[in-house]
Design a protein around this ligand. Structure first.
Ligand code: PAF
Length: 280
């Protein structure tokens, strides 16, 4: 694996690969890698000649300085994991390599109504930061295929829109959520949970499953209400659990067979999200 820290070095390396008609797969990450990220690398390895992973904790997508400061950084272990998956290139730039001297953000305001709900409402400016950094990274890496995890479902809709608008040649790949044995969705933030928080955390996925099991025209609201009640009790601080249209993220007012159930809770100082697609 080649470790590249300079944007100019990455550009010249990619230009050689392009000349040789290599298919480039890209897995953008913020590091603190876990099996979820590694499954994205594995998927990319299957379809692409060269797999590029970026590790860059993007300052513009954090809306709380404390969250940015405490975001886990585990580079040595990340490198070991990437080597074990035969990743070809790791791009690990400093902030000024990506942003220059100005931490400017582009706006995602007009991406559609889905940008303003759920994570968009809870984390103002977050998706602006995501589209800003991904545009920069896509221009540097020039991937043929990109790989994103379903855990950040709303982010996936945002990335698809960015691709439709500006990078039509890139193929978007949605990869399934990787879970711990007890169902907790893998996340770089899970390491922040203390023992008692970690013990109750599987209730998040259990609640999603409860909704999925009751996803019928007669039971859906009952299942949804019960799941909400489960996560409205301490130690959870409930943010949202709702059933939405998978494309528009409009909250459902009537039953529809295909839906996505999305949840966000705070557990101690850690914010966790998860989701499940229901229906045929
Ligand atoms: O999902 C993430 O880890 C980040 O939002 C991403 C896509 C790497 C952009 O910084």
């Amino acid at each position: 694996m080649i470790l590249i820290k300079k944007s100019s070095d990455l550009l010249s390396h990619i230009s050689e690969l392009k000349k040789a008609n290599r298919i480039i797969g890209f897995v953008p990450t913020m590091g603190a890698l876990h099996d979820g990220h590694l499954s994205l690398i594995e998927s990319a390895k299957q379809k692409c000649d060269i797999v590029v992973c970026s590790i860059f904790v993007n300052p513009t997508q954090f809306n709380q300085a404390s969250d940015l400061a405490s975001y886990p950084r585990t580079l040595e272990n990340d490198i070991r994991l990437l080597l074990s998956k035969s990743c070809d290139i790791l791009f690990h730039p400093e902030i000024d390599e990506v942003y220059g001297n100005l931490l400017e953000k582009e706006s995602s305001e007009d991406y559609g109504s889905f940008i303003h709900v759920l994570e968009g409402a809870s984390r103002p400016g977050h998706f602006d930061g995501v589209v800003t950094v991904l545009r920069k990274l896509f221009l540097l890496v020039q991937p043929n295929q990109v790989y994103f995890g379903q855990k950040d479902y709303q982010q996936c809709l945002v990335v698809k829109t960015l691709i439709q608008r500006s990078f039509q040649d890139i193929v978007f790949n949605l990869c399934p959520i990787a879970r711990e044995k007890d169902g907790l969705a893998m996340s770089s933030r899970n390491v922040r949970l203390n023992q008692s928080e970690r013990e109750v955390a599987p209730k998040i996925f259990e609640s999603l499953q409860l909704v999925a099991q009751n996803w019928t025209i007669t039971n859906w609201e009952l299942g949804l209400n019960q799941a909400q009640v489960n996560l409205q009790k301490p130690p959870f601080q409930f943010e949202y659990l709702c059933a939405c249209d998978p494309m528009s993220l409009d909250s459902l007012t009537h039953f529809q067979s295909n839906a996505i159930i999305l949840v966000a809770v705070q557990l101690g100082s850690t914010r966790l999200i998860d989701n499940i697609l229901v229906g045929s």
